[in-house]
Design a binder for this molecule. Structure first.
Ligand code: GLU
Length: 475
């Protein structure tokens, strides 16, 4: 049975660049009816951020990436937080000591630094094992414990994403297993944990690829059968030149949540960065992703982070929601002026703008004029090339005719309004680009709106005519 995991370090929020390392192993576990494990890797005390674990868990919750074992849910291989597993690491470290494969590092950090500089001066790569002490002291826990690489050799392995890989002894070294503070390094702890937790597929970022030979060496020393080791391509900053990081403004996933991105869209977007199913299909539901995902179809080159694409996808996902569902999800985004409006009216408004929303947070901008009198903004006219050319008196005349025609309607429905608008095109001889834009602007004073007839129908006869009239009286 497949067991995959996500092993975040609680060093801050999860940004969009690294949550994919949770999504892909989760998809694989769900597809193969396996288990998805969550493990908190908090052994780097200097980088620990209070509250970060909860933030990470909440982010996964929002995305619907659920875990079968780990914090909040437990499981038979717990605890799932590394600082609570010290005894386990100590037991495995002892095994290595007993086999003569681990030893106490007697040097001070300054001495190790001096070795490093020596190697640099000789233009040789630094290898600690070239300085390995002949008679190390017995390990009493106050010094770092190091792995002893006894027979450096070349390793070859098959990464399902990156293909057949191989690296030689030049990268193998006596790395630290347990630090002087008593906590294990990532390099040691994750191998012990993955083995103890029965992880079958380790899927993580490309930054780990150069260390894989060291891990293979350690697996061998520990007599553990290595799991499948896969590395995911980087997500690149929008300029395509470097890896996306917090410093380049990579936002946290929860920022996107606040901005009104749907989890469906975020999931779809994350999956599409570096993966496709081999067809032109761009929109995938959670179920489709689970069905179609495969590590073999993850591309090797970096995927560019394109926020516009996320917005486009979000718009598509907003359109796919049924109106009741959308109404619930968008509840907190209504402008204040909508407070008194009835649910029925707000649902009408929402149905009209649903196709145009790219994020839930755009709702106020798109709908305010349905609830309160808009503020006149002449820039909307002057920035419209066709309207700007229309002399004032012609504009006035057009609006007067429109007002009178609309006022003469027997019934006020989207259909009757459309018929009136069409007849106005004939009587005035104007193009829709001028006539309809003008009516739309003076009744909404918004940069965009739904179809004109629908908008006017919902605004109601009195409001529509009053707004046109007010412009007539001012100009
Ligand atoms: N704790 C590591 C990180 O946050 C996890 C790497 C891994 O998945 O093994 O980068």
């Amino acid at each position: 049975m497949i067991r995959t995991r996500f092993a975040p370090s609680p060093t801050g929020y999860i940004h969009v660049g690294n949550v994919r390392a949770a999504l892909f192993p989760w998809l694989l576990a769900r597809q193969q009816s396996g288990k998805f494990i969550l493990r908190i890797e908090d052994t780097d005390q200097a980088r620990f951020v209070e509250g970060a674990t909860n933030l990470i868990l909440d982010t996964l919750d929002w995305l619907g990436i659920d875990w079968d074992e780990g914090p909040r849910v437990g499981g038979e291989f717990g605890p799932y937080t590394q600082t609570e597993r010290r005894d386990i690491y100590m037991a495995w470290a002892q095994k290595l000591i007993d086999k003569g494969l681990a030893y106490a590092d007697p040097y001070t950090p300054e001495q190790v630094q001096a070795f490093r500089e020596e190697a640099k001066a000789l233009k040789k790569p630094f290898l600690y094992r070239n300085h390995r002490p002949e008679n190390p002291p017995a390990w009493d826990g106050s010094q770092p414990l190091r792995l002893k690489v006894t027979s450096p050799k070349r390793y070859t392995w098959n990464d399902p994403v990156m293909g057949e890989l191989s690296a030689g002894e030049e990268v193998l070294d006596d790395f630290i297993l347990i630090k002087a503070d008593g906590l294990p390094t990532y390099n040691f702890a994750h191998i012990v944990d993955d083995a103890e937790m029965g992880v079958t597929h380790v899927i993580r970022g490309l930054e780990y690829i150069s260390s894989i030979p060291r891990y293979l060496n350690l697996y061998e020393a520990l007599e553990i059968e290595p799991p499948v080791l896969a590395c995911l391509p980087h997500i690149m900053a929008p300029d395509g030149k470097k890896k996306l990081g917090k410093r380049d403004g990579a936002k946290s996933v929860t920022d996107y949540q606040t901005d009104g991105i749907l989890p469906e869209a975020m999931l779809n977007f994350l999956a599409s960065m570096g993966w496709n199913d081999g067809t032109e299909q761009e929109l995938f539901s959670r179920e489709e992703l689970i069905e179609k995902f495969s590590l073999e179809r993850v591309q090797r080159s970096g995927a560019r982070f394109d926020e516009q694409r996320l917005l486009w996808m979000n718009g598509q996902w907003i359109r796919r929601l049924d109106i009741g569902d959308l109404y619930e999800r968008i509840a907190k985004y209504w402008p204040e002026c909508a407070e008194q409006a009835s649910d029925e009216y707000k649902k009408h408004v929402l149905a009209l703008v649903q196709d145009r929303l790219k994020t839930l947070a755009e709702l106020p901008l798109m709908t305010r004029y349905f609830f309160e009198e808009p503020i006149r903004n002449d820039e909307l006219i002057s920035s419209n090339k066709q309207l700007a050319k229309l002399p004032n008196d012609e504009r006035h005349e057009l609006l007067q005719t429109a007002h009178d025609t609309l006022a003469g309607l027997d019934e006020w429905t989207a259909e009757s309004i459309q018929t009136a608008l069409n007849s106005l095109l004939e009587t005035t001889g104007q193009k829709p680009g001028i006539l309809f834009s003008l009516i739309r602007i003076v009744t909404t004073w918004a940069p965009f709106s739904p179809q004109l007839n629908d908008t006017l129908a919902l605004l109601g006869r009195d409001t529509t005519l009053a707004r046109i009239k007010s412009v007539l009286s001012e100009s």
